[in-house]
Design a protein around this ligand. Structure first.
Ligand SMILES: NC(=O)c1ccc[n+]([C@@H]2O[C@H](COP(=O)([O-])OP(=O)(O)OC[C@H]3O[C@@H](n4cnc5c(N)ncnc54)[C@H](OP(=O)(O)O)[C@@H]3O)[C@@H](O)[C@H]2O)c1
Length: 299
C-alpha cells in the first residue's frame, strides 16, 4: 500500500513501538457512531478485516452500505460491538455520551474528535477505557498520520488495539495527551497548509517543495511545540507524504483537497488565514494550535 514518495523514514520509526504491540492485538467487532466524512472513511478502510457496525442519525448517509452492518440506533450498535469509534463532531458528544455510559465500561471507546479530552470522556463515561486519536485527511486512502493517547483507565493493550485499527488508515504514533492539540496543528491541519502552498505548482514541483522547504519547516514547528526530534520527523514526513499521495490517488487539485480539509472555524482555517496574510508556516501552526486550544473541552 506504500506510495512512490521520495522520502525515507528513520529506521527507528519503521520498527515503532506501537506497531509491534499491535501485531498481537485481537480483531473485534467495531461500532462507529457518525457516518460522515471520517466515519465513512474509517468504516471503508476497516470492513475487510473487521465486522463493522455503523449508525448515523442522518439516514441518507447510511443508504447503500456495502460490507457494513447498519444499526437502527446507538443502543443496538452498542449491543453489537466490542469497540466503539466516536466519529461525531465535538458539539455532538454532550448528547451521545450519556447514551453510551451504561455500557461504556465494558468497551474500548475511541474518539477521533478534535479537542475532546480523555478527562472529559471519563467524566461522563465513568471509568471507561478511552483512547483519543487525531487522524488527518490522507487517512481516507490509508496514508494518514494518526496520533494516539490513552486515558487514565485504558491499558497498553487498549492502545495496541487502537493502533491496530488505525494502522488500516496510515501510520500511528503514541503521544502524550498534552501534545494532542499540537498534533492537531501539525499533522491534522498540515495537509491544509501544504495544499495551500502548492496550489500553483505541478505535482513534481510540489514534491520538490515538500522536500526542500515544507517538511523541514513543519518539522521545526513540531519541535517548537514540544515534540521530540524523532516525533517531529515522523509527523512532518508522514503528513506531507500522505498529502502528496492523496493528490496522486484522488486526482483532485490541491485547491480541492484544501477545501476538503478546511472546516469553517476549525484549526486548519485558522492556520490558512495566517498564510493568506503572508505569515510563515510556523506562525500558521501557532494559530492552528491556539484555535485547537480554544476548541478543547475538558482539558
Ligand atoms: N474531517 C477531518 O479531516 C477530520 C480529521 C480529524 C478528526 N476529525 C474529527 O472527526 C469527527 C467527525 O468529523 P467529520 O468531518 O467526519 O464530521 P461529519 O462529516 O459532520 O460527520 C459526523 C456525522 O455524525 C452524525 N451525527 C451527529 N450526531 C449524531 C448522533 N447523535 N448519532 C449518530 N450520528 C450522529 C452527523 O449527522 P448530522 O450531519 O445530521 O449532524 C454526521 O453525519 C469530528 O469530531 C472531527 O473533529 C475530522
Amino acid at each position: 500500500m506504500r506510495g512512490n514518495f521520495i522520502l525515507k523514514f528513520p529506521a527507528s520509526y519503521e520498527s515503532g513501538q506501537i506497531r509491534q504491540i499491535a501485531m498481537s492485538a485481537d480483531k473485534k467487532k467495531i461500532g462507529i457512531i457518525g457516518f460522515g466524512n471520517m466515519g465513512s472513511a474509517i468504516a471503508g478502510r476497516l470492513k475487510a478485516d473487521y465486522q463493522v457496525f455503523v449508525f448515523d442519525k442522518d439516514n441518507n448517509k447510511t443508504k447503500d452500505l456495502l460490507g457494513l452492518k447498519l444499526c437502527s440506533d446507538i443502543k443496538s450498535l452498542l449491543e453489537s460491538s466490542d469497540i466503539l469509534i466516536l466519529a461525531i463532531k465535538p458539539q455532538d458528544f454532550e448528547s451521545v455520551l450519556p447514551e453510551i455510559r451504561p455500557v461504556g465500561n465494558n468497551k474500548l471507546v475511541i474518539s477521533i474528535a478534535a479537542g475532546i479530552t480523555t478527562v472529559y470522556l471519563e467524566k461522563i463515561l465513568g471509568k471507561a477505557r478511552v483512547v483519543r486519536s487525531m487522524p488527518n485527511l490522507p487517512a481516507k486512502i490509508g496514508q494518514g498520520m494518526i496520533c494516539l493517547a490513552k486515558g487514565k483507565y485504558a491499558q497498553n493493550y487498549d492502545l495496541a488495539k487502537a493502533a491496530e485499527i488505525f494502522a488500516h488508515l496510515g501510520e500511528t504514533l503514541e503521544i502524550r495527551e498534552g501534545l494532542m492539540n499540537a498534533a492537531t496543528a501539525i499533522s491534522g491541519s498540515g495537509p491544509g497548509y501544504f495544499y495551500y502552498l502548492v496550489e500553483n505548482k505541478s505535482l513534481d514541483e510540489a514534491k520538490s517543495y515538500a522536500k526542500d522547504y515544507f517538511i523541514p519547516e513543519l518539522k521545526i514547528s513540531a519541535e517548537r511545540l514540544g515534540f521530540s526530534i524523532e516525533q517531529a520527523n515522523i509527523l512532518s514526513e508522514v503528513t506531507t507524504r500522505g498529502s502528496i499521495i492523496y493528490l496522486e490517488k484522488t486526482k483532485i487539485t490541491a485547491a480541492e483537497a484544501r477545501e476538503q480539509v478546511t472546516s469553517k472555524g476549525g484549526t486548519t482555517q485558522a492556520g490558512l488565514e495566517v498564510l493568506e496574510m503572508r505569515g510563515n508556516l510556523s506562525q500558521a501552526v501557532q494559530a492552528a494550535l491556539k484555535r485547537a486550544e480554544e476548541l478543547s473541552r475538558g482539558a
